[in-house]
Write a protein that binds this ligand. Structure first.
Ligand SMILES: [Zn+2]
Length: 140
């Protein structure tokens, strides 16, 4: 077991939920050929839940294997269906939690599309963080 302690509360009470022995390291990479896709770099995913605080994480995560490159991209906003779904979710979150005129931080914001929705619909301001963010490819 690589991670014996909860990364949040440091508890050793870690309960395994599920293990995938061979999963693609990235799910947002477009390959030119089927063969390239089938040869994608793989790693183990072992989800564990902390018995103390409930945090779920991948205990087999190897951060050194995460290398964002030009083939990485996760923008979903090209899909009209996704845009409609994201707008509905943003409207519901804003209404349910009264998110108006606030400052929002999104960790793992991708191209910032959803954060921009939250800001535009609720007159909020936002800051997003994502190691794969590409300002040239960001949605409007
Ligand atoms: Zn914990």
């Amino acid at each position: 077991m690589k991670s014996l302690r909860c990364p949040l509360c440091r508890s050793r009470e870690q309960n395994e939920i599920f293990t995938w022995e061979s999963m693609p390291v990235f799910c947002n990479v477009l390959y030119k050929t089927r063969e390239e896709a089938l040869g994608a770099e793989r790693a183990c995913v072992r989800l564990v839940c902390c018995g103390r605080c409930g945090f779920i994480h991948n205990a087999a995560f190897e951060p050194e294997r995460i290398r964002y490159g030009p083939h990485y991209g996760n923008p979903l906003s090209a899909s009209a269906h996704f845009r409609q779904y994201a707008t509905r979710v943003a409207e519901e979150l804003i209404r349910k939690y009264g998110i108006y005129g606030r400052e929002i931080v999104e960790v793992g914001c991708g191209d910032g599309y959803f954060l921009k929705l939250l800001c535009g619909l609720g007159r909020n301001q936002g800051i997003g963080f994502d190691p794969g963010y590409n300002p040239r490819g960001a949605g409007s």
